[in-house]
Every structure is written in C-alpha cells, then in structure tokens.
Design a protein around this ligand. Structure first.
Ligand SMILES: [Zn+2]
Ligand SMILES: [Zn+2]
Length: 86
C-alpha cells in the first residue's frame, strides 16, 4: 500500500496513470493534489501536446511548457537589455 505524499503523477507508457498524491502542472509547475482514486482529469486536464497533466488554470490555454516559458522570458529580457543599450 502506497502512502504517496508529494509524488508526481507519472504517465506510464501504456497511457495509464500511476496513483499519486500530487501532480505537477506541466505548464505552470503548480503542484496539484490529487487523491489516488480521483480522476486527474477532474482536477485539471491533460495536455495532448506535451503529453502531461496540467492544472485546471491551464486548461484551455496554449501549450507552453514551463521551460519554454522561461526561455521566452529570458529572451524577452535579453532583447530588453539590448534595447536599453541603444
Ligand atoms: Zn498550470
Ligand atoms: Zn502542454
């Protein structure tokens, strides 16, 4: 019997979900608690583009995986600094 705490939901290769106490939203990295017997879809959603669970806040939004969002922010910052130098 697993006493999951802070575990991540892992999508198995066969598409089933491991029982877990939490999952991390792939888009905003929010930790979302979920009960093992609970349908993760009820708590949030599943992004077919990055193949990960996402939180309810990110459902219906574009697929912007966290690392990509960071990269985009860094690039924006870089560009801003370049402009400041002019
Ligand atoms: Zn999210
Ligand atoms: Zn996604």
């Amino acid at each position: 019997m697993r006493r999951a705490q802070g575990w991540l939901c892992v999508t198995n290769t066969d598409g089933s979900l491991d029982e877990a106490a939490t999952f991390t939203c792939s888009h905003c990295q929010k930790i979302v608690p979920c009960r093992a017997a609970q349908d993760p879809y009820a708590l949030g959603g599943f992004c077919r583009q990055c193949d990960r669970l996402i939180c309810s806040r990110c459902v219906g939004r574009d697929c912007v995986p966290f690392m990509k969002a960071i990269e985009a922010a860094e690039q924006a910052e870089y560009r801003r600094r370049q402009l400041e130098r002019l």
